[in-house]
Design a protein around this ligand. Structure first.
Ligand code: RIB
Ligand code: CA
Length: 313
């Protein structure tokens, strides 16, 4: 089975960092064509810095990292330093990146890659606001049909919102972009808070990262130690929800997840519910299904996979 070609679109973010590390630790199954950064958890300059720091942590300064959009399509940028710290990658003490950004804009890299690779062979893995993806689809309407699948972290139904009572952060930041993606006709799998809030970094799971003893294992333990304080205080949960690595894990082991093929639409008109993913989980409308909306994950299997793979780096 050839490795699956993917582009990770990301706003690191400690959880994005772990998702990138999991992909880099799985070269037999994942051919990471490139990383595209977007403004989200922190401004673009920092997400672009952080993505390169993670590649260098993994010993992969060869990975092409392209900077993308620095603001949402229509709204001012909302960031999440309150969760991720002022750098977006607080926790470990990692060196500033030495590798340069790749030349060119992330949106053009996405367009060129989709046109250059055989149709239906490239999977997009957005881990942040969908601004780059939507901009690529708007700039080059031909490329959406060439996407194999979009596996994105975003949205919520039963878990409702984490940045507002109604909306999950990635969708909230750029709801117009999310609306464009949901209407693109692509094969879409959504990894919502309903799943990621079941992927908690408990103390024993964090201890397992640290017990790897490697720079990667220790850094991941430090990242999740930092990242978890917000969610534990807010939800009283047993640990931080490890949102974005669920996307990479789905690419590697979809059998760990379950969900339904349903209609999902994005609220873009109401300030009160901006960015809400209106998921027809119970099939109460006649709206056509447009996404596989995941609802559950086998968490022990997820963390076993993650820890085993991180040990390789
Ligand atoms: O709501 C969680 C999502 O928002 C994650 O992708 C996190 O990294 C932030 O981007
Ligand atoms: Ca993210």
């Amino acid at each position: 089975m050839p490795a699956r070609k993917i582009i990770i679109d990301t706003d690191p973010g400690q959880d994005d960092a772990v998702a990138i590390l999991l992909a880099l630790a799985s070269p037999e199954e994942i051919d990471l064509l490139g990383i595209t950064t977007v403004a989200g958890n922190v401004p673009l300059a920092l997400t672009s810095r952080n993505a390169r720091m993670v590649c260098e942590l993994a010993g992969r300064p060869d990975v092409a990292v392209y900077a993308g959009c620095d603001r949402p399509l229509r709204h001012r940028l909302v960031t999440a330093e309150h969760v991720h710290g002022k750098t977006g990658l607080d926790g470990p003490d990692l060196p500033e990146p030495q590798m340069p950004l790749a030349d060119g804009h992330a949106v053009d890299f996405i367009i060129d890659t989709l046109r250059r690779q055989p149709a239906g062979t490239v999977t997009l893995c957005p881990l942040g606001p969908l601004t780059n993806i939507a901009t690529a689809f708007e700039k080059a309407p031909d490329v959406a049909a060439r996407v194999q699948e979009i596996v994105l972290m975003g949205g919520a139904y039963f878990e409702v919102g984490n940045i507002t009572p109604a909306a999950e952060f990635n969708i909230y930041v750029d709801p117009e972009a999310a609306d464009i993606v949901m209407k693109s006709g692509c094969d879409i799998t959504i990894v919502p808070l309903d799943v990621t809030h079941k992927a908690l970094v408990t103390q024993s799971r964090n201890d397992a990262f640290r017990a790897l003893g490697s720079p990667v294992g220790i850094a991941v333990a430090q990242m999740t130690d930092f990242f978890e304080r917000f969610d534990k205080e807010k939800y009283g949960s047993a640990g931080a929800p490890l949102h974005d690595p669920c996307v990479t894990a789905f690419v590697l082991r979809p059998d760990l997840f379950s969900g339904r093929h349903i209609n999902v639409e994005i609220e873009t008109g109401s300030p009160l519910t901006r960015g809400m993913t209106v998921a027809d989980w119970w099939g109460v409308t006649d709206r056509s299904p447009n996404a596989t909306f995941l609802g559950d994950v086998e968490a022990d299997g997820l963390f076993a996979l993650l820890t085993e793979r991180l040990a390789r780096l």
